[in-house]
Design a protein around this ligand. Sequence first.
Ligand code: ZN
Length: 294
Amino acid sequence: MKRFKLLCFFLSAIFTFSFCSSGNEDNPDSSLEFTTSPQLLVDHNRSFLYSFSAKNEANTAITYQVDIPDWLTYDETSHTISGVPDWERLNSSFTINIEASDGDGSITQRKNISVQLGEILCNAAFGDPASSEYVLPYEVGESFKLSQSYCPSNPNWGHHNWFAYDFDMPIGTPLLASRSGRVIAVRQNQRDDTRVCGEENYVFILHDDGTVASYVHLTLNGAEVAVDQRVAQGELIGYSGDSGCSIGPHLHLGIFRQRGPYDRQYTMPVNFTNAEGPLNAANGLVQDGIYTAK
Ligand SMILES: [Zn+2]
């Protein structure tokens, strides 16, 4: 038992959330077991979701006691815990404690789950790229390397706990609208190569569903669109650069729910219908992958 707990602690330090259950010390030979395996814990509406179940050899009814934070609700029929986290507290964590008992309460198993908000967000599934609303933000036939993907584990990287992509590309590369919408912000008066954070040139485009695409680090005078202009998917919006908080010429593309300009905490997982290149198990683009627009 002790060894298991130690291993559990060790694993939780490695994986994105800890998922450790422990048996009742009084019933070490208990036949009651949780059958749930770890799974993705956030859906496309950014709701936290966790379902569980347990079984016992005798196949008698199992009762559950669930201890959860106030913002979560527990559905007793489906044994599902759900709720919408305060995504602004990406670095905070919460715990879920579940106790399962057999009919007469003589056998009990407990499951204690510690969840870190930023990490479950970064575990979101991206959905099928074939049904994505987005295309790669550059011309068909072009290939660029993804120099930084989303949610890197190193907290010193720019996209920690954050969905965004950095494509390495030479200054002056044509940038196309990844999705249609209305231009809501443009800045293009900043020089390239200053390495000063906050001095980025950018184009922000509001989509019909309320999300916003941010195209960042454009070159000086590199915008080809104006505020309030309607742009179609694939339309030229400007030219890439190296302005602001950047260590080399690249495009930063981030999609977020509009709550204010440049709201990094509400970024969304997106992939692209026309991207030829490697995807991870969640259908997200991968660090250092080369992506060709088809
Ligand atoms: Zn970036």
